[in-house]
Design a protein around this ligand. Structure first.
Ligand code: PHE
Length: 410
């Protein structure tokens, strides 16, 4: 996940600022603005923040804490597995933490994790900023160092995470992650006086693999798995685990041996440890057969009433309503970023948008101007949309594209 967004390009600050003004401010002047994000009053710097009202409304929904919700069930299953692991090896008691607020400092989210200064995950195009020093966490790894500094040596930390991204059936700007960390008693390492020796790293990595393979077996049953080399700024070596499920290799988690520098900064130079992070929606979609990530947010009782706490049952679609496509073509303004367009569309049409897809892209041979055409697929999960309603949404989107993003429509 961290890697997928590595190739993104520039960003139009002005565009985001205007977009934000449209959606979060209500005729305010400059400077800090106290606004309600979830149940909290939060000072948002309106010159910087790119948080839209739609996103602010998701803070404190806490789907992972809602009993019977598939995200809660999968969280409890993983926690239950680690409770058994703790019972088998009482030296490490995995503590479950799931109530840390998603507003974190850039220090927690990036600096402490050695994320390079120019890494794309720090950009306004990819991350929701509250002010220049605070973001909505992009991953639960943001809590690693504070929990390690508290002296915790084995924990699972679950929460909602926020990323500006494309719109399709498996991407949503808010999703849920679980972080796992284990810090070793140095006397257990093969070379206790040298916790960063090759043997110690190998030992920690084997322990990590054993724990995660055990967890996947407990959840998916006897499936084929493979380890793939990966890159994360905060682990070395880094690995991803993939599971063969219904004909495809599915990436289920990122993990690795915690970087020495991070351990050192947490006063843990004398030892070693591992960390992993997994996406709960990803696992739940596969296990419960949930075809669209928007369903997790559905208020429709036909969704939530299908599920019983702690039980994995296949989702029975109640109906598939017809889609309605609308295309929009425009000359690409300078600094245009697709994530700005997706946030704008999400702000206008919310969960009525199923996908946003670039279907045409050409450069005018004489003027060198770039023309883009996006196809927006509107479809409600709960009801039929009327033509008039979709036309109205499309009209609003077109208007916002001109006003907020500076697009010249064709
Ligand atoms: N934070 C990483 C992500 O969001 C996952 C990860 C966690 C990787 C811990 C390594 C160690 O993709």
């Amino acid at each position: 996940m961290f890697l997928n967004s590595m190739n993104r390009k520039g960003h139009n600050f002005l565009a985001v600022r205007r977009l934000w003004h449209r959606h979060l401010t209500t005729g305010n002047t400059r400077g800090n603005l106290a606004t309600t994000v979830g149940k909290r009053e939060m000072a948002v710097d309106q010159d910087i923040s790119n948080i839209t009202l739609r996103i602010a409304d998701k803070v404190d929904r806490n789907l992972h804490l809602q009993r019977g919700h598939p995200l809660n069930t999968i969280k409890s299953m993983i926690e239950g597995h680690f409770k058994q692991v703790s019972a088998a090896n009482p030296k490490y008691q995995f503590e479950c933490i799931d109530n840390l607020p998603p507003m974190v400092t850039t220090k927690q989210c990036f600096d402490e994790l050695l994320t390079p200064p120019d890494h794309v995950s720090r950009k306004l195009s990819d991350t929701y900023y509250i002010d220049k020093d605070h973001v909505l966490r992009t991953h639960t790894s943001a809590h690693q160092t504070e929990l390690m500094r508290m002296g915790k040596d084995a924990f699972l930390c679950t929460g909602d995470v926020y990323r500006r991204d494309e719109i399709d059936s498996s991407h949503y700007p808010v999703f849920h992650q679980m972080e796992g960390v284990k810090i070793f008693d140095p006397s257990e390492l093969p070379s206790p006086s040298n916790p960063s020796s090759d043997e110690s790293i190998e030992y920690v990595q084997q322990d990590l693999k054993m724990h995660l393979e055990g967890m996947v077996k407990a959840i998916f049953g006897d499936v084929e798995m493979r380890w793939v080399d990966a890159y994360f700024p905060f682990t070395d070596p880094s690995l991803e685990l993939e599971v063969y499920f219904q004909g495809d290799w599915l990436e289920v988690l990122g993990s690795g041996v915690i970087q020495r520098k991070i351990l050192g900064n947490c006063d843990l130079n004398h030892t070693n440890g591992w960390a992993f992070g997994l996406g709960l929606e990803r696992l739940a979609m596969v296990l419960f057969d949930i075809p669209d990530i928007r369903l997790f947010w559905s208020d429709d009782p036909r969704f939530i009433e299908q599920f019983r706490p702690g039980e994995v049952t296949k989702f029975v679609p109640y109906s598939k309503y017809p889609p309605c496509y609308k295309d929009v073509s425009f000359w690409k303004p300078e600094g245009f970023h697709e994530n700005d367009l997706c946030d704008l569309i999400g702000s206008v049409a919310g969960d009525l948008v199923e996908t946003v897809e670039l279907i045409d892209n050409f450069t005018h041979p004489k003027t060198n101007k770039v023309s883009l055409c996006y196809r927006i697929n509107f479809r409600s999960m709960d009801r039929n949309l009327t033509n008039a309603e979709v036309d109205d949404l499309q009209g609003q989107i077109r208007g916002e594209m001109v006003d907020s993003l500076g697009c010249e429509l064709r």
